[in-house]
Write a protein that binds this ligand. Structure first.
Ligand SMILES: [Zn+2]
Length: 252
């Protein structure tokens, strides 16, 4: 008889398991082939990006650990506040700052993160391999609803976005990385992620619609794509949204 691993999943990792394993959060896994704990856990539907710690008996182990005997393994989720700028046993490779790369399946989340001032790249032309590579090369946290993408070995830091609602997704990400108080609404271009610069009204007057020209006096411009921003209704809407998420706007 091959040995059996008694794998116990903790916290929100249980919700990611197949429904038959979900309630107990426990899987009896038969070791009938040689595989890393990463491969074993991912075969149970949980991307490695969601895991904070793995222990075998009393010992912390890495994702590359290959179990050869039966026994108990505990798998713990990443939980707020997550700080990917500090090394851990599972992720010795850190990022310089909290910056994101958003998959196309969370496109609206990407726009909301930019509205909140978070550095959020997108790359609609890239396939999964390209996205994983870009995230790793640029030290960005990959945000996606695609588990297979996040299972890729090249992905270091990532988050499987749980909610399907963009506003809830924003709350989810801001809470996970403890970004409360770090939001800077409307400091970044929604179209291309570049930091905005103030611009004199006179310099852009020819580009403004009559009502905007009449009622607004303070403008910003994106130095990359030249899009113009002013304090319109969508901006007030965003400030209200951030306020409901418990974030204060210290920027204006
Ligand atoms: Zn722009």
């Amino acid at each position: 008889m091959p040995p059996v691993l008694d794998i116990r999943f903790h916290g929100n990792l249980k919700d990611l398991l197949h429904p038959r394993h979900r309630r107990p959060g426990q899987v009896a896994y038969t070791l009938d082939r040689r595989a890393s704990i990463k491969d074993i856990i991912e075969s149970l539907r949980i991307p490695h990006t969601e895991i904070d710690r793995i222990t075998a008996g009393e010992q912390d182990v890495t994702l590359a650990w290959v179990p050869e005997e039966g026994g108990r393994v505990d798998v713990f989720p990443l939980a707020a506040p997550v700080d990917p700028t500090r090394p851990t046993l599972l992720r010795p490779e850190t990022v310089e700052a909290i910056r994101f790369l958003a998959d196309v399946n969370v496109g609206k989340l990407a726009t909301l993160l930019r509205m909140a001032g978070m550095d959020t790249a997108t790359a609609p032309g890239l396939d999964d391999r390209g996205l994983a590579e870009k995230g790793a090369a640029e030290g960005r946290i990959l945000l996606s609803r695609n588990r297979d993408l996040l299972k890729r070995g090249r992905v270091v830091h990532g988050h499987l976005v749980r909610s399907q609602d963009p506003r809830e997704q924003l709350a989810e990400v801001l809470a996970l990385y403890d970004l409360a108080g770090k939001t800077r609404p409307f400091s970044r271009c929604l179209r291309c992620n570049t930091l905005l610069q103030p611009v004199a009204k006179a310099a852009i007057l020819h580009r403004l619609q009559p009502l905007t020209r009449k009622y607004y006096h303070h403008f910003h411009i994106c130095p990359a794509c030249r899009r113009i921003y002013w304090r319109g209704s969508h901006r007030l809407h965003m400030e209200r949204l951030l306020a409901t998420l418990g974030h204060t706007d210290g920027h204006h």
